[in-house]
Design a protein around this ligand. Structure first.
Ligand SMILES: Nc1ncnc2c1ncn2[C@@H]1O[C@H](COP(=O)(O)OP(=O)(O)OP(=O)(O)O)[C@@H](O)[C@H]1O
Ligand SMILES: [Mg+2]
Length: 348
C-alpha cells in the first residue's frame, strides 16, 4: 500500500474512538483508494511512455521530412542544372545544324567561286602579257599600238574587278548564312534567292557524290517583284527543302527501278495576297507514319550522322515567323511536294 495511506490506516487501527466496524469500512475505503491510486499511477506511467514514444517518433518524422526536403532541394537543383544543360545542348545542336547546312553549301560555293576566280586569273595573266607588249611598243615609238593595248588592259581590269566583286558577293552570302540571323527583313527578289540556293544545293550534292544527277525543272514567276523577308532564313528553308528532295531522289535511284529518272522541280508563283514556292520531287514519297513526325525537331530517317532532323522543324519556325504556311502533299512511290506560302504584305 502507498506509504501515506498505510500511515493513515495505522492511525485508524490504533484509534480508540472508532469501533471495529467503522475501522474496517475506512480501511476498506483506503484499500480501494490505494488500488485506484495504483491504477492511476500505472496509467500515468503509460501515458508518459506514449508521450515519450510519440516525441521520439515525431523527432524521427521531422528528421525524415528534413531529409526529404533536402532531397527535393537537391533534385530540384539537379533538374535546374540538367535544364540548363539541355538548353545549351539545344543551342549547340541548332548551331551545328547551321554548320552542317553550311557544309552542304561549301562545295556549291567552291564551285561558284571557281568561275570568277578563273576569270580573274586569266585576265590578270593576259593583262601582264599586254603590258609587256606595251613596253616593247613604247620603245618602238608606236604610240597608236600603245593606246590600243592600254584600252585592252583597261577593259581587262574592268572584267577583273567585275568577277572579283562576284566572288566577293558569294563569300558575303556564305558569311551571312553562317552568321546567326540578324532577323532583319529586306526586300528580296525571291526568284534570284531560290535560284541561288538551288544551284548551291545541287553543286554541293554533286561535289559529295559525283554519280548523283537529277533533272532540274524550274518555273519562276517573273511577275513577282521583291518581297519583304529575312533572306538568309528563307534561303535556309529553300536549301533544306531542295536538299531533302535531292536526297529522296537519290534514295529512289539506289533501288535501280527501270526507267527511273530523278526530277526535282522548283516553282514560284504569285497569288493574290501571297507568293508560293514549290519544291517537288519524284522520289519515294513519305509514308503516313513518317509524315506525322517530319516537322518534329530531331526527327530524321537518315542514317546516324547524316541528318540532325532539324531541317523541317527550323523551316516551319522560320515560315511561321514570316506569317506564312508550309504544306506537304505526298504519294508513296511517286514523290513529294512541299509548298511554302508567304504573305506579300509582310511589312513589319
Ligand atoms: N522530299 C522528301 N521525300 C521523302 N522524305 C522526306 C522529304 N523531305 C523530308 N522527308 C522526311 O522527313 C524527315 C525530316 O526531314 P528534315 O529536313 O527535318 O531532317 P533531315 O533531312 O532528316 O535532316 P537535316 O535536314 O537536319 O539534314 C527526313 O528524314 C525524311 O524522312
Ligand atoms: Mg533536311
Amino acid at each position: 500500500m502507498n506509504q501515506h495511506l498505510q500511515n493513515i490506516a495505522d492511525l485508524i487501527n490504533q484509534s480508540s474512538q472508532l469501533n471495529e466496524e467503522d475501522k474496517t469500512s475506512i480501511i476498506s475505503g483506503l484499500k480501494k483508494a490505494d488500488k485506484d491510486l495504483l491504477i492511476s499511477e500505472f496509467k500515468l506511467e503509460r501515458t508518459e511512455k506514449v508521450k515519450r514514444t510519440t516525441a521520439i517518433l515525431l523527432e524521427e518524422t521531422i528528421e525524415e521530412l528534413e531529409q526529404k526536403r533536402k532531397a527535393i532541394e537537391d533534385s530540384n537543383d539537379a533538374l535546374q542544372k540538367s535544364l540548363q544543360e539541355l538548353k545549351a545542348a539545344q543551342k549547340q545542336l541548332i548551331q551545328s545544324e547551321k554548320m552542317a547546312s553550311l557544309g552542304e553549301l561549301t562545295a556549291g560555293i567552291a564551285h561558284e567561286i571557281q568561275n570568277p576566280l578563273n576569270f580573274v586569273n586569266n585576265f590578270s595573266e593576259v593583262s601582264k602579257e599586254l603590258l609587256e607588249e606595251m613596253l616593247e611598243e613604247l620603245q618602238n615609238g608606236d604610240m597608236e599600238e600603245v593606246q590600243a593595248i592600254a584600252q585592252d588592259v583597261i577593259q581587262n581590269l574592268e572584267k577583273i574587278a567585275h568577277h572579283g566583286k562576284r566572288a566577293d558577293g558569294i563569300v558575303k552570302g556564305m558569311l551571312q548564312h553562317s552568321r546567326s540571323s540578324s532577323g532583319a527583313k529586306e526586300n528580296t527578289n525571291i526568284n534570284i534567292l531560290v535560284d541561288e540556293y538551288l544551284r548551291l544545293a545541287y553543286h554541293g550534292l554533286r561535289a559529295k557524290d559525283k554519280s548523283f544527277n537529277a533533272a532540274l525543272d524550274t518555273h519562276f514567276d517573273d511577275s513577282i517583284k521583291t518581297i519583304n523577308i529575312v533572306p538568309q532564313d528563307i534561303g535556309r528553308v529553300v536549301l533544306n527543302l531542295i536538299t531533302n528532295a535531292f536526297y529522296a531522289c537519290n534514295e529512289k535511284k539506289k533501288l535501280h527501278i527501270n526507267g527511273y529518272e530523278p526530277i526535282v522541280s522548283v516553282k514560284t508563283k504569285k497569288q493574290k495576297d501571297n507568293i508560293s514556292i514549290s519544291v517537288k520531287d519524284n522520289g519515294n514519297g513519305i509514308p503516313q507514319k513518317v509524315l506525322d513526325k517530319i516537322f518534329q525537331p530531331f526527327f530524321t530517317t537518315k542514317p546516324t550522322g547524316q541528318g540532325t532532323g532539324l531541317g523541317l522543324s527550323l523551316s516551319y519556325d522560320i515560315i511561321k515567323a514570316h506569317g506564312g504556311t508550309i504544306d506537304v502533299t505526298t504519294k508513296e512511290n511517286e514523290g513529294t511536294e512541299f509548298i511554302i506560302s508567304l504573305p506579300t504584305n509582310n511589312k513589319e
